[in-house]
Design a protein around this ligand. Structure first.
Ligand code: 5GP
Length: 253
């Protein structure tokens, strides 16, 4: 049986050529990495959970008019997405101080910020995705001023959407990272949310207990990552309570 053409393999996902022009198959691996891949493990079922959760968030965003790359889920580990040109930035939105912001600025983790703060990092693993300013972005031509206005607006809409969704199931959205892609309809360029939205790319804390339900469980050795992600998926109604996400990878050819 013919194998599909692999376009790219990253730390947590593989991209294959899609069945139609302009499409890509995004495969979610079980690999977990942290600290720029210095810490690595394979977490059974993570890919299945992230595939379902990213589908859930992206579908919701599409429905409220925030365009995303998501077309449809294909199976337990794969989804069909629109091919796009990734803007080389990680867009981070923070509601509560944590992670690198707490370290960099000496703000205690858990301190609520006076307003959502948007940060930009240059996407380059060899440099450790350094924080950059809009000056760098403009000077090096990574995005235009119009792009930056649109990216800010998309990032804040995603923040409002995800914060509300999470609040409804007793989870506080501390921060998250998104990536943005460009698609061309003729000469007209549009920006869409790309990559994934999952507990790998968000910080999620239980509102009552402060329990971490995100990748910090892996980064900081706080217990079972699968249990944490399953808790998020179950609260959101994405996975039935007794479901097992532990299936082995299945590739469609
Ligand atoms: P921090 O800058 O505090 O490490 O991360 C801020 C937020 O962005 C966290 O929710 C974190 O999970 C997410 N984030 C930052 N960089 C990356 C990355 O390279 N990959 C993923 N999946 N998430 C990231």
């Amino acid at each position: 049986m013919a194998r599909r053409k692999k376009i790219y393999e990253g730390k947590a996902k593989i991209l294959y050529e899609g069945p139609e022009p302009g499409t890509i198959v995004q495969y979610f691996k079980d690999d977990a990495t942290a600290f720029n891949a210095e810490k690595k493990d394979v977490i059974d079922g993570k890919g299945v959970l992230n595939n379902r959760l990213s589908e859930f968030f992206m579908t919701g965003l599409n429905h409220i008019g925030v365009p995303t790359h998501f077309i449809r889920r294909l199976n337990m580990r794969e989804q069909l997405v629109r091919s796009c040109e990734i803007v080389p930035l990680e867009i981070i939105v923070r509601n509560v101080a944590a992670g690198t912001m707490s370290k960099r600025l000496g703000i205690e983790e858990g301190t609520a910020l006076p307003r959502p703060i948007v940060e930009y990092c240059y996407k380059d693993d060899s440099l450790g995705d350094p924080l950059v300013t809009e000056e760098h972005i403009a000077a090096f031509g990574w995005a235009s001023q119009q792009d930056m206005d649109d990216i800010l607006s998309i990032a804040l809409r995603v923040n409002d959407y995800l914060s509300g969704l999470m609040y409804g199931v007793g989870i506080r959205l501390i921060d998250f990272k998104i990536e943005i892609g460009r698609v061309y309809d003729g000469d007209f360029q549009r920006l869409i949310v790309a990559d994934e939205i999952s507990p790998d790319s968000c910080r999620l804390w239980d509102i009552e207990t402060g329990q971490k339900l995100d990748k910090d469980v892996f980064r900081r050795d706080l217990g079972s990552l699968t249990d944490a992600y399953t808790e998020v998926a179950t609260r959101l109604g994405v996975m039935p309570k007794n479901a097992t996400p532990m299936s082995k990878p299945t590739l469609i050819n």
